[in-house]
Design a protein around this ligand. Structure first.
Ligand code: SF4
Ligand code: SF4
Length: 328
C-alpha cells in the first residue's frame, strides 16, 4: 500500500458515498482514540440491531419523539410528497414509501427538516466525498499522535459501498492515519481482501456458528462470513483481528453457542475475542423511523462471565472494561 505519501490528492478524494454519522473520540472500536465513520447500508437485518438508521442504503428521515411539538404541522406542510403523518404515539413520522422520492434528502436538508424549528426531524445519511471525510478525520490527528488511534470505518456495513470504503482507506493510508474496519464479513471476498490489505486493524463480527440459525437471526447465511475470516487470517497473518460477538439472550447467549463459534477460532493466531452484551439503546430510533423492534433481555454480569470463561478455551478474550484503548 502507498502510505504516508505527500503526493497530491488523487481520484480517491472525489469518490462519494452515503455516510450516516462521524463520531469523534471513541475508545471502543479499535486501538487508541478513534474517529468512527459510519457508512449507510447493510446486507444483514440482525433482529437486535442497535443502529436501524444505518440499515437502508438510501438517506432517510427519522423523528426524535421528545422534541416533536403537539399541535405543530410545519414539516407536513413543507413536505411536497405528503410523506408525514402523526403516528399512534402522537409523534410525526415519515412514511418511507412516499419519502423515497425527495431529492434534497441526500444533501442533508430536505424541506421537512428545514421547517422543523424544534430539531425533531433527523436526516440519516448524507452523500459526501472521501477527501472531505478525511479532512474531518484528520482534524483529530493530534489525539492519534498522543494516544494512538486513527480512523475506523463502521456501518451498516462499510464494504457494502466498496468503492467509497476502499477510497477512504487508501486516502487514510496516504495521510498516515491508522486504519481499522468493523465488518459483518458478508461481502465479496475480493473486496474484503483488498480492504484487509489497506488495514492496520480488523474488527470482525461473528454472531452464530449454526448456518440456519444465523439466517433466521440476520437474514443471511454465515458460510461466506466464516470463509472471509479464514481467508483474511491466512492472507494477512500479521493483521490484528478482534472478533466481536453480540450476546443476545434467546439467540446465542449459551455456552453451546459460544463453544460452536470458538471452534472456528481456535486454530487462528493473532486473534482476540470480545463478547458484547446486548443493549437496547437503539429502540427509540426504531420508533422514530416508524418501525417496530424486537426486545431482548440484557445479559447480566454473571451470564457474561460464564460465557467469557467458555470463550477463553478458544481464543484470548477481551472484556468490555479491558477494551478501552487496548490493542491486541
Ligand atoms: S417534527 Fe418538528 S415540524 Fe414536524 S410536527 Fe414535530 S415539531 Fe413540528
Ligand atoms: S424528506 Fe422530503 S419527501 Fe421525505 S418527508 Fe421530508 S420533505 Fe417529505
Amino acid at each position: 500500500m502507498e502510505r504516508c505519501t505527500m503526493s497530491p490528492a488523487r481520484a480517491e478524494n472525489d469518490v462519494t458515498g452515503v455516510v450516516t454519522n462521524i463520531q469523534h473520540f471513541s475508545v471502543h472500536d479499535g486501538p487508541g482514540i478513534r474517529t468512527l465513520v459510519f457508512l449507510k447500508g447493510c446486507p444483514l437485518r440482525c433482529l437486535w440491531c442497535g443502529n436501524p438508521e444505518t440499515q437502508a442504503f438510501r438517506p432517510e428521515i427519522g423523528s426524535v419523539a421528545e422534541r416533536c411539538r403537539p399541535g405543530c404541522s410545519a414539516c407536513r406542510e413543507a413536505c411536497p410528497a405528503g410523506a408525514l403523518a402523526r403516528g399512534t404515539s402522537g409523534v410525526m413520522l415519515p412514511d418511507t414509501s412516499f419519502c423515497r422520492e425527495c431529492a434534497p434528502l441526500s444533501e442533508g436538508r430536505p424541506p421537512c427538516a428545514a421547517a422543523c424549528t424544534a430539531g425533531a426531524l433527523r436526516v440519516y445519511g448524507t452523500r459526501r466525498g472521501a477527501g472531505e471525510i478525511l479532512d474531518e478525520v484528520e482534524q483529530d490527528i493530534v489525539f492519534y499522535r498522543h494516544e494512538g488511534g486513527g480512523m475506523t470505518l463502521s456501518g451498516g456495513e462499510a464494504l457494502a459501498q466498496p468503492e467509497f470504503a476502499l477510497a477512504l482507506l487508501r486516502e487514510a493510508g496516504r495521510r498516515c492515519i491508522h486504519t481499522a474496519l468493523e465488518t459483518c464479513g458478508f461481502v465479496p471476498s475480493e473486496t474484503f481482501l483488498t480492504a484487509c490489505s489497506l488495514l492496520d486493524y480488523l474488527l470482525f463480527d461473528l454472531k452464530l456458528a449454526d448456518e440456519e440459525l444465523h439466517e433466521r437471526a440476520t437474514g443471511v447465511g454465515n458460510a461466506r462470513i466464516l470463509e472471509n475470516l479464514r481467508l483474511a487470517r491466512a492472507a494477512f497473518p500479521h493483521l490484528p483481528i478482534r472478533v466481536r460477538t453480540p450476546v443476545i439472550p434467546g439467540v446465542n447467549a449459551s455456552r453451546a453457542a459460544v463453544r460452536a463459534l470458538g471452534e472456528h477460532l481456535m486454530d487462528m493466531r493473532n486473534i482476540s475475542w470480545e463478547l458484547l452484551p446486548y443493549h437496547a439503546y437503539g429502540n427509540a430510533k426504531y420508533a422514530g423511523l416508524g418501525r417496530r423492534c424486537r426486545e431482548y433481555a440484557v445479559p447480566d454480569g454473571e451470564c457474561m462471565k460464564e460465557l467469557e470463561e467458555t470463550a477463553r478455551h478458544f481464543a484470548r478474550v477481551v472484556s468490555a472494561e479491558e477494551h478501552a484503548g487496548s490493542c491486541l
